[in-house]
Design a protein around this ligand. Structure first.
Ligand SMILES: NC(=O)c1ccc[n+]([C@@H]2O[C@H](COP(=O)([O-])OP(=O)(O)OC[C@H]3O[C@@H](n4cnc5c(N)ncnc54)[C@H](O)[C@@H]3O)[C@@H](O)[C@H]2O)c1
Length: 271
């Protein structure tokens, strides 16, 4: 039996993993957005404007710490966890159980909107779309390239379960390659997700229509080969294109969407 949907509270947006790279890309815009923020990370998160943001140190593995951090929040942006390949049980503890803890804490606190950081690596074994091919839809069938990628596929469908059971609004973002600048290879040019576009997509995910949404997180790169239709439905408008950079390109390591992740040893820490 599904629990009734709780009233949506007003309050800060909780950002897990806020101290990380993408956290650093989105915090300045969030702090200027008129919202209040609560950052939650195992590392201390730098706060730009203490009048609007506070930082809490804690782990998504710690149900009590998470529950108290989530209390009173208006929405959750879940970035925290292991962002690359790792041993199976570490991936399960941090990414699988951690995402469950986040969704469950949000449900128990009556928070209706959760944004989940998924990954292009969910679809890593698909061939990367070639020039002129139809863009790959965001909901393309998972073909994970690592245990890490499998954990992101699991997070997406756990979000789907919480949407279908509890009516929570879930946006799962299959992030391509977030970085200051595109990697100097064709895959990196196609997959670049600029800092400003990271901030723009999080804003759209927090303010766009409710429901369950699975979208690519990628800039409007000329060669992206990934559909932006789903993200644009949320209100996302990319302002960046890797074509503005003209580096000397080295060749791709393979023709897969996940690139090197398709070849690294399964279940070994990747630093
Ligand atoms: N950077 C990319 O291109 C990319 C691509 C696809 C998906 N993602 C996803 O986006 C999210 C953010 O990625 P990032 O590049 O900023 O990685 P990052 O490693 O820079 O940031 C992750 C943050 O999570 C924190 N963290 C780790 N374990 C935690 C725990 N148990 N509890 C709370 N916080 C914890 C870390 O301290 C870190 O600050 C991750 O979920 C990652 O899988 C990133």
């Amino acid at each position: 039996m599904s629990a009734p949907r709780a009233e949506r509270p007003a309050g800060p947006v909780l950002v897990t993993g806020a101290a990380g790279m993408i956290g650093g890309f989105i915090r300045p815009a969030l702090e200027r957005s008129g919202r209040t923020l609560r950052y939650f990370d195992v590392e201390p998160t730098p706060v730009g404007d203490p009048a609007v943001a506070e930082a809490v140190v804690g782990s998504v593995e710690d149900v009590d710490a998470l529950r108290s951090a989530v209390k009173g929040a208006s929405a959750v942006v879940h970035l925290g966890g292991i962002p690359k390949e790792a041993p199976f049980h570490a991936v399960v503890a941090v990414n699988i159980v951690g995402t469950y803890n986040v969704l469950e804490a949000a449900r128990l606190e009556g928070i209706s909107r959760v944004v989940l950081a998924s990954s292009n690596h969910v679809a890593g074994f698909h061939p990367r779309p070639r020039a002129g091919a139809a863009p790959m839809p965001a909901a393309v069938t998972p073909r994970p390239d690592t245990y890490y990628a499998w954990s992101k596929a699991a997070a997406e469908v756990l979000g789907r379960l919480y949407h279908d059971r509890f009516g929570m609004d879930i946006v799962a973002i299959r992030i391509a390659q977030a970085a200051q600048e595109p990697s100097p290879d064709p895959r990196g040019q196609a997959m670049w997700f600029s800092p400003d576009d990271n901030a723009a997509l999080i804003e759209a995910a927090l303010t766009g229509p409710g429901g369950y949404h699975l979208v690519w997180g990628v800039s409007d790169n000329a060669t992206r080969g990934l559909s932006l239709t789903e993200a644009e439905h949320l209100g996302y408008r990319s302002i960046d294109d890797s074509a503005a950079f003209t580096p000397q390109l080295r060749p791709d390591v393979n023709d897969r969407l996940g690139g090197l992740f398709c070849e690294i040893p399964l279940g070994e820490w990747r630093r």
